[in-house]
Design a binder for this molecule. Structure first.
Ligand SMILES: Cc1ncc(C[n+]2csc(CCO)c2C)c(N)n1
Length: 231
């Protein structure tokens, strides 16, 4: 069994909870409330900015030009293409994406960002990959899951979102598969302790993916929001 297979197997209970989450169910059946969409898009915009920085950290730890090129392509993609999914959500909820770009990090977004940036700062390339893979992986799985359960997406309000993530990457290898392949490559030379550490990093990111849906659905913000968010 590859290291990736082992991680996917361990994360399976989290993935199942994600499929059942009311936010994800709301995408599947098209009933997602406007307030949840607004909170999600606001937070996700900030989350994607953090993601770009993690790719930049990965470049500083790259040892080959091929790795550097891979990560710089991802920076471009994250900055310019992921908005397709946000546009779809905003259209359905009659929201303007431009007006959702000046939010502040809610606790879960903050925690997820810190977790990933910590890998970029203190971790190995194995840790960085383990921390960021749950992001494209769980979204790809959600997209596929909904596509498999929905006979036709014709007229579905979240069709663009579902197809964007369900078909994420190129024809022959999806983006998540490409990252898992790279992870397995790095895992080859790693010690048992290093693998154990990377596994923890991966599973924490999976839990943080679940928490991101939870935060967005219930709009969980700082308790002392009015004191903390001083603009
Ligand atoms: C909380 C959260 N998790 C995952 C994604 C999806 N996503 C974000 S960046 C990226 C990879 C880009 O190279 C993918 C798949 C999201 N939007 N928000």
């Amino acid at each position: 069994m590859t290291f990736s297979d082992q991680l996917k197997q361990k994360a399976e209970p989290i993935l199942q909870e994600i499929y059942q989450h009311p936010f994800v169910k709301g995408i599947e059946d098209g009933t997602l409330p406007k307030e949840a969409i607004k909170f999600y898009v606001q937070q996700d915009f900030l989350y994607l900015n953090a993601f770009v920085k993690i790719y930049a950290q990965a470049i500083t730890k790259s040892t080959t030009r091929e790795d550097m090129d891979f990560f710089q392509e991802q920076i471009h993609f994250t900055l310019h293409s992921e908005t397709i999914a946000h546009q779809n959500l905003c259209q359905v909820a009659h929201l303007s994406l431009d007006q959702l770009k000046d939010g502040a990090l809610a606790p879960t977004t903050f925690m997820y960002q810190q977790h990933m940036l910590e890998q970029g700062r203190d971790g190995t390339m194995l840790d960085i990959l383990a921390g960021l893979i749950p992001c494209p992986w769980t979204y790809w799985e959600i997209g596929k899951h909904i596509m498999n359960r929905t006979p036709s997406l014709e007229g579905h309000p979240f069709r663009d979102w579902i197809e964007f993530y369900g078909k994420y990457g190129s024809e022959d290898m999806t983006f998540a598969e490409e990252l898992f392949r790279r992870l397995d490559e790095k895992a080859q030379g790693a010690t048992k302790n290093e693998l154990n550490h990377a596994e923890k990093v991966f599973l924490k990111s999976c839990e943080l993916e679940w928490r991101f849906w939870e935060m967005s659905f219930y709009q969980e913000d700082w308790k002392f929001n009015s004191l903390i968010k001083i603009h």
